[in-house]
Design a protein around this ligand. Structure first.
Ligand code: NAD
Length: 496
C-alpha cells in the first residue's frame, strides 16, 4: 500500500501544508486571543507551524456552533442511511489522502510514516466505514407490555459531545470518538493534543467535503489546562469522551461534578502484563510479539505490554530472544521506510522516560538499551530498553512509562503469575502465551483487563470493545457498545 521511498516521503513532506487554525462552524479561524503554540517535529526539533491556541471564548463559539447544528436537525435528525453515505465518503477521502495524513502524523509526533500509512490512517478509514455501515442496522425496542400499550424504547443522540484525545495515535484516537458519536447523530467538539493537532484539523475539513453540515464537527487545538478544561467545564457539553492519562481523566470527573454533571467516559493509562508460560510451544513467536508489544510506536501505546512475566524455566531463553529483537528495532528517521522505531513525541516526554530508565538502572539489571540518542544529530529518540530481574514493587514495574522500556519479571506458577499481573492500579489489557487451552481460559477469566489476548498481543478491531478496568477508565471505545456512550434511551408510552 505504501511503497514510497525515503526520498519520496522527504519530497512530499517539503510540500505539505499544515492547517494551523481552529475549525469552527465549518471555517478555519484564528483563536480570538490571537494566541498560538508551536508545533515541533520531534525527529528534527524544527517548528512545523504556529497553531491557534484556543481559550474559553473559542470553546464557547465551537460549542454554540455544535449546539446550533444539533438543533437544526440537519445531521441529528437525518436518516441513518444519509449519515451512512456521508461517513462512507469520509472513509474514502481518508484513503484518498493517505500519504498526506500519514505524513502529518509522522511529522507531528514522531511515529514511523510507514506505520502511519499502513496502520493508523487505514485503521481510521476502516472505523468510519464500520460505523457508517452499522448505523442503519441498529434497531430500537418495543417493550413487552402487552395489549393496550405500545412502549417504544428508542436511542437518541445526546447533543454536543466534547472529545479530548492524546497524541500517540492522533487520527485514530479522534476517530474512535468521532465515528460512533457522529454516526449516532451528535455534534462534536474535538480537542486534539497540543503535540499533534494537524490530522484532526484535516479530518474536520475532509468531513465537510464528505457532506457533514457545518458545525457538526469542530476542532479546537489548544493546551490541556485551557482548551481541555474549558470543554470539560462547559455547561452546554452533554458528554465528554476522554482518552489520555489517568491523572487528567480524574480531573474530567471533577470538571463534570463542578459544572453540569455531563457524562464522562474515560480511556486512560495502562501497565499491561504479558504472561509467557513454559508450555508455550513457539517462544520465537512469543518473543516477536512481546517485542512488538513494547517497542511499536516507541512504546507510546496505552495498552503496551510493558511488563513481561515469564515462567522461570524459560526466562533466560526469552530474554536472549528479546535482546536480539531489540537490536533489530533501533530508532531511525521516521520518514525512512527502513527505520524500525521513530522519535519520542517531544523532548519533555523523552526526559520523563529517561528518568524511569535511570531509576530502573538502580533497582534492576539493564540488559539492553537505556540511552537517549539522536538520529542525524537531531531529535529525541530512545533505544529499545530491557530490564531483567525486575521486582513487582519497582517503580518501573508499577508506573506507566509510555516509552520503549520493558520490565521482565520471573514467576514460578500460575497463581503467582496472576497475582503479579493483577497487582496494578491499571487494568487495560493483558496477554498470555500457553499451548494449554484450559490454562488460557482459567487465567483469562481471572485477569483484570478489558482485553485479554491469548497467543498474540494487543488484539483489537472495530468489532470488539476496547477499554479498561480499575484506573484504566470506564466506558468502551469501538464496537456497537460505544454507541451506548453517545446516545440516551427514551421511553415513549402510548395507550391505545
Ligand atoms: P494527557 O492526559 O496529558 O493528555 C490527554 C489530553 O488531555 C490532551 O488533549 C491534553 O491537552 C488534555 N489535557 C491535559 N491536561 C489537561 C487538563 N488539566 N484539563 C483538561 N485537559 C487536559 O495524556 P497524553 O500524554 O496526551 O497521552 C498519554 C496517555 O494517554 C497515557 O496515559 C496513555 O495510556 C493514555 N492513552 C490511553 C488510551 C486508552 O484507550 N485507554 C489510548 C491512548 C492513550
Amino acid at each position: 500500500m505504501s511503497e514510497l521511498s525515503h526520498k519520496d516521503w522527504i519530497g512530499k513532506a517539503s510540500a505539505i501544508r499544515f492547517r494551523d487554525k481552529a475549525f469552527i462552524d465549518g471555517k478555519f479561524v484564528a483563536a480570538r486571543s490571537g494566541r498560538t503554540f508551536a508545533s515541533v517535529n520531534p525527529a528534527t526539533g524544527e517548528t512545523l507551524a504556529e497553531v491557534a491556541s484556543c481559550g474559553e471564548e473559542d470553546i464557547d463559539l465551537a460549542v454554540s456552533s455544535a449546539r446550533r447544528a444539533f438543533q437544526s436537525g440537519a445531521w441529528s435528525r437525518a436518516k441513518p442511511a444519509h449519515r451512512k453515505e456521508v461517513l462512507l465518503r469520509l472513509a474514502q477521502l481518508l484513503r484518498e489522502n493517505l500519504h498526506e495524513l500519514a505524513l502529518l502524523e509522522s511529522l507531528d509526533m514522531g511515529k514511523l510514516v510507514k506505520d502511519a500509512a499502513t496502520i493508523d490512517v487505514p485503521g481510521s478509514a476502516a472505523i468510519f466505514q464500520w460505523y457508517a455501515e452499522a448505523i442503519d442496522k441498529v434497531y430500537d425496542e418495543v417493550a413487552p407490555t402487552g395489549s393496550g400499550d405500545l412502549v417504544l424504547v428508542r436511542r437518541e443522540p445526546l447533543g454536543v459531545i466534547g472529545a479530548v484525545v492524546p497524541w500517540n495515535f492522533p487520527l485514530d484516537m479522534a476517530t474512535w470518538k468521532c465515528a460512533p458519536a457522529l454516526a449516532a447523530g451528535n455534534s462534536v467538539v474535538l480537542k486534539p493534543a497540543e503535540q499533534s493537532p494537524f490530522s484532526a484539523l484535516r479530518l474536520a475539513e475532509l468531513a465537510m467535503e464528505a457532506g457533514l453540515p457545518a458545525g457538526v464537527l469542530n476542532v479546537v487545538p489548544g493546551l490541556g489546562e485551557t482548551a481541555g478544561q474549558a470543554l470539560g467545564r462547559h455547561m452546554e457539553v452533554d458528554c465528554l469522551a476522554f482518552t489520555g492519562s489517568t491523572a487528567v481523566g480524574k480531573l474530567f470527573l471533577q470538571y463534570s461534578g463542578q459544572s453540569n454533571m455531563k457524562q464522562v467516559w474515560l480511556e486512560t493509562g495502562g501497565k499491561s502484563p504479558n504472561l509467557v508460560f513454559a508450555d508455550c510451544g513457539n517462544l520465537d513467536a512469543a518473543a516477536d510479539m512481546a517485542a512488538f508489544g513494547i517497542f511499536f510506536n516507541q512504546g507510546e501505546v496505552c495498552s503496551a505490554n510493558s511488563r513481561l512475566l515469564v515462567q522461570r524455566s524459560v526466562k533466560d531463553a526469552m530474554v536472549e530472544k528479546l535482546v536480539q529483537r531489540a537490536a533489530a528495532t533501533q530508532p531511525g528517521d521516521p520518514l525512512d521506510p527502513a527505520s524500525k522505531m521513530g522519535a519520542m513525541v517531544d523532548a519533555r516526554h523523552a526526559a520523563n522516560v529517561m528518568r524511569f530508565v535511570e531509576a530502573g538502572k538502580k533497582t534492576a539489571r539493564l540488559v539492553t538499551g537505556g540511552e537517549q540518542v539522536t538520529v542525524n544529530g537531531r531529535g529525541s529518540f530512545i533505544q529499545p530498553t530491557i530490564f531483567d530481574e525486575v521486582s513487582p514493587s519497582d517503580i518501573i514495574a508499577r508506573d506507566e512509562i509510555f516509552g520503549p522500556v520493558l520490565s521482565v519479571i520471573a514467576f514460578d506458577d500460575e497463581e503467582e503469575a496472576i497475582s503479579i499481573a493483577n497487582d496494578s492500579v491499571y487494568g487495560l489489557a493483558a496477554s498470555l502465551w500457553t499451548d494449554s487451552l484450559s490454562r488460557a481460559h482459567r487465567i483469562a477469566e481471572r485477569l483484570h483487563a478489558g482485553t485479554v489476548s491469548v497467543n498474540t498481543v494487543d488484539a483489537l478491531s472495530p468489532m470488539t470493545p476496547f477499554g479498561g478496568f480499575k484506573q484504566s477508565g470506564f466506558g468502551r471505545d469501538l464496537s456497537l457498545h460505544s454507541l451506548d456512550k453517545y446516545t440516551a434511551l427514551k421511553t415513549t408510552w402510548i395507550k391505545y
